[in-house]
Design a protein around this ligand. Structure first.
Ligand SMILES: NC(=O)c1ccc[n+]([C@@H]2O[C@H](COP(=O)([O-])OP(=O)(O)OC[C@H]3O[C@@H](n4cnc5c(N)ncnc54)[C@H](O)[C@@H]3O)[C@@H](O)[C@H]2O)c1
Length: 259
């Protein structure tokens, strides 16, 4: 199967690192033009160095709706992928280890950042021929199973899954498809920060914590790799995904099924 996204424009948030970077690379490899957005200007510059293809980068904080609207103005966008997110950085088991104040920034970035991004890019998505267009939102298994590590993060991801379904229904008459892609456990800065926030005095390494967790929670008992999300996002954006909308696609080693 070959996927050719030549002459198509993808916009990806959280594209400087981890899963977002792998998705940006996968779109570039498929021939798409890519606008990579991230709040971390240094990481964005480092990401840019390794890439070939039609890549534009811009520093943007997804919690800032006005700056996203400025970036979106006058564009025609085919595919929008929302990967930017943060956790609270505070151990969330039990939930009262955290305080209500730990929820604010997570909601601003992980939930409202996604809402802002979709709102800002509605005009570019509705511009021109819309039939081949798509949106993918990175959710999480945490949004489906009440994960006991970071309740504000889990709650934001649950809200995003629901919002993806609302958007899928609203866009369907234009042929624009919207799906949530849910990772389980991927070695990135974000998952390492969850380990750091929740580790106790007897904790081993990040790698040991991760493998113990996947063995306990996922039948396939292994980490997922960022490239698997690049492949899925490109597939969903392509002609092969033309009948897939409103879905939550778990790439999680069977974790949600198992829970
Ligand atoms: N890593 C995992 O195990 C895992 C599991 C479930 C879901 N996810 C989801 O996958 C997506 C990608 O996460 P990742 O693991 O690659 O994390 P990551 O920390 O490696 O990458 C996140 C990127 O988002 C950027 N970002 C953070 N705040 C931002 C803001 N306000 N505006 C713009 N950019 C911002 C960061 O600079 C970073 O480049 C996220 O939506 C995350 O919730 C990851």
């Amino acid at each position: 199967m070959t996927i050719d996204l030549t002459n198509q424009q993808a916009v990806i948030t959280g594209a400087a690192n981890g899963i977002g970077a792998a998705i940006a690379k996968a779109f570039l490899d498929a021939g798409s033009s890519v606008l990579a957005l991230d709040s971390d200007a240094d990481a964005l510059a480092a990401f840019r160095k390794g890439q070939s293809g039609n890549l534009e980068t811009a520093t943007a904080d997804v919690s800032d709706f006005d700056s996203l609207k400025e970036i979106a103005a006058g564009r025609n966008v085919d595919h929008l992928i929302c990967a930017a997110a943060i956790g609270s950085g505070v151990g969330g088991f039990p939930f009262w280890n955290q305080s209500p104040a730990d929820w604010g920034r997570v909601i601003d970035v992980t939930l409202m950042g996604t809402v802002n991004t979709l709102h800002a890019f509605v005009p570019p998505l509705l511009s021109g021929e819309t039939d081949r267009k798509s949106v993918a939102i990175l959710a999480s298994v945490a949004g489906q199973i009440g994960s006991q590590t970071d309740p504000p993060y889990s709650a934001c991801k649950a809200a995003i899954i629901n919002f993806a379904q609302c958007a899928a229904k609203d866009f369907a008459s234009r042929g624009i498809r919207v799906n949530a892609i849910s990772p389980g456990m991927v070695r990135t800065a974000l998952s390492r920060s969850v380990f750091e926030a929740n580790k106790d005095s007897e904790a081993g390494s990040y790698e040991e914590w991760g493998i113990e967790k996947v063995e306990k929670t996922a039948p396939l008992a292994r980490w997922q790799e960022p490239e698997e999300f690049g492949a899925m996002a490109v597939y969903l954006a392509s002609e092969h995904g033309r009948n897939i909308t409103g879905q939550t696609i778990n790439i999680d080693g069977g974790q949600v099924m198992h829970s």
